[in-house]
Design a protein. Structure first.
Length: 312
């Protein structure tokens, strides 16, 4: 067992898959390493490795959190199955009074992490703090539109007709981040900076570097609606053989009346069904549009503990 404090993000070459299932790229070293190296969040890494299990935390001056801040990391989970061994060793290294604040943990992993922390002697508190919205995809596009109901089905079709009338044919394309496929990421960033309100200021230079780095990694893609040599809406996502994880999106605000973002979502959901995927994960946030598109809420939990606070 190794517990190390460092400023260099580890490769974790021997680490197994995430303890929680269906969590996409977020607990993986490739995602967390990009977050650490491009966004420079501060703090000190705490890296625990035991066989094929690993846990990466950040110590922000006595506040211990998962690597990957809550605004950019939709799911957190240790890697591998030895969560008890990892928690035991990490807890033994923490100065008394250090506060653990472990957020965005799916239910099955939260129960195991809570049990492991209790087994180390720490008093823990677990609360539901967020939901992820996940659409279980049916076998056919027809079954999907029947599933979401008459009202929402008609609304989606109405918006698509309006898009066709105001913009033109619905043309979707995908860039997978290879060296000669940069149109999608360029348009995603451009449209993000055209956004109204707080979203328009989201794409700082640091976050732009972060998204560009993700776009070059396997599994990431930009799906976009194209018109007149530009994108009208972009979906920045990661996918595997089972699930499409919608990480971020942007659209042209000048075309707001044509609902390009919603049209893009509907078209990509259809494509995901055609590709045989099982889930379309809208990720964190319980927004109403996700429910109207068929998403169902899955709770995420926060686990808190204090080093030196014991279950005696």
């Amino acid at each position: 067992m190794v517990v190390e404090r460092t400023s260099v993000f580890p490769t974790l070459d021997s680490a197994g898959p995430p303890l929680a299932e269906g969590v996409g790229p977020f607990p993986l070293p490739s995602f967390l390493g990009a977050w650490w190296e491009e966004l420079r969040p501060g703090g000190e890494l705490i890296v625990a490795e035991r066989g094929d299990s690993a846990l990466v935390l950040v110590d922000y001056g006595g506040l211990i959190e998962f690597a990957g801040d809550t605004d950019l990391t939709d799911y957190h989970s240790p890697l591998g199955n030895d969560v008890l061994g990892l928690c035991n060793e990490v807890a033994a290294t923490l100065p008394t009074g250090s506060r653990l604040n472990l957020d965005s943990v799916p239910a099955e992993a939260a129960k195991l992490v809570e049990g492991a922390l209790i087994a180390t002697g720490l008093a823990t508190a677990v609360t539901e703090h967020e939901v992820a919205m996940v659409l279980e995809l049916p076998a056919s596009v027809q079954a999907y539109y029947e599933m979401i109901g008459k009202k929402d089905r008609h609304e989606l079709r109405r918006k698509r007709r309006r898009y066709q009338g105001e913009v033109g044919e619905v043309v979707v394309a995908t860039d997978h981040g290879t060296g000669d496929e940069d149109f999608g990421i360029e348009e995603f960033i451009r449209l993000h900076r055209l956004s109204e309100g707080g979203k328009g200021s989201f794409m700082t230079p640091e976050r732009e570097r972060f998204f560009r780095r993700l776009a070059r990694q396997p599994g990431w893609q930009v799906d976009y609606l194209a018109a007149d040599g530009k994108a009208t809406a972009c979906l920045f996502a990661w996918s595997d053989k089972d699930t499409y994880y919608l990480y971020n999106s942007s659209y042209d605000p000048q075309l707001k009346s044509a609902s390009p973002g919603l049209v893009a979502l509907a078209v990509v959901i259809e494509a995901s069904i055609a590709a045989g995927l099982r889930f379309f994960d809208f990720l964190k946030g319980g927004e109403a549009y996700k429910a109207r598109l068929g998403g169902r809420s899955h709770p995420l939990f926060r686990i808190e503990a204090v080093a030196g606070g014991r279950n005696d």
